[in-house]
Design a protein around this ligand. Structure first.
Ligand SMILES: O=P(O)(O)OC[C@H]1O[C@H](OP(=O)(O)OP(=O)(O)O)[C@H](O)[C@@H]1O
Ligand code: HPA
Length: 178
């Protein structure tokens, strides 16, 4: 691993095994549906890329970019849309794909917004969930791993835009980074 970040929380093999299971479950659940996966940039890209390879169904991939963080580690509580969907989702079976749910502010806002566009169904799939940090309720349909209240990086997750490329999830040691 890269030196001076912290300790590994979820290694690559464990991630891939769980994503295999999630892909199988989503494949079963979305038979005969009109599936649109909505990846939330930038954090979801690694998870989404691995997940879609394991969903054995015709599907559409779209992206939204939002910003919910004022600083690198603390939520400002403000969600801004930086890039909207390219596709119409009315009548579609939409599955939001996220890297992490922390306070829930981002997904609480996004679900309200996407529901107002009248999809046939709207569900949420996240790689990591930190339930102890929740400020607003969010119903999560598919969770990779429930994790403790630690700031994590890797597998799409950043600290100051770095470490997204690590193939595993690592707890950031604040003493180790500038
Ligand atoms: O539940 P919340 O407290 O709202 O936190 C979760 C959100 O925070 C992160 O995104 P961020 O805004 O850091 O953007 P990024 O995906 O580009 O890293 C993460 O990717 C989620 O979208
Ligand atoms: O633990 C985290 N790491 C990186 N980005 C995040 N956004 C919310 N929680 C986290």
């Amino acid at each position: 691993m890269l030196k001076g970040i912290g300790r590994v929380l979820i290694d690559e093999q464990t991630l891939m095994r769980r994503i295999d299971e999630m892909g199988e479950q989503i494949t079963r659940d979305y038979q005969g549906k009109d599936l649109v996966l909505v990846g939330i940039l930038k954090g979801s890209v690694l998870f989404l890329a691995d997940l879609v390879k394991r969903i054995k169904l015709p599907l559409v991939i779209d992206f939204m970019a939002v910003s919910s963080y004022g600083s690198s580690t603390h939520s400002s509580g403000v969600v801004r849309i930086l890039k909207d969907l390219d596709e119409e989702i009315e009548g579609k079976d939409v599955l939001i794909v996220e890297d992490i749910i922390d306070t829930g502010l981002t997904l609480n806002y996004l679900t309200e917004l996407l529901l107002s566009r009248n999809p046939r169904s709207l569900k949420i799939c996240c790689c990591l969930d930190k339930p102890s940090r929740r400020k607003v309720p969010v119903k999560v349909d598919y969770v990779g791993f429930s994790i403790p209240d630690e700031f994590v990086v890797g597998y799409g997750l950043d600290y100051a835009e770095k470490y997204r490329n690590l193939p595993y999830i690592c707890i950031l040691d604040p003493d180790e980074v500038e």
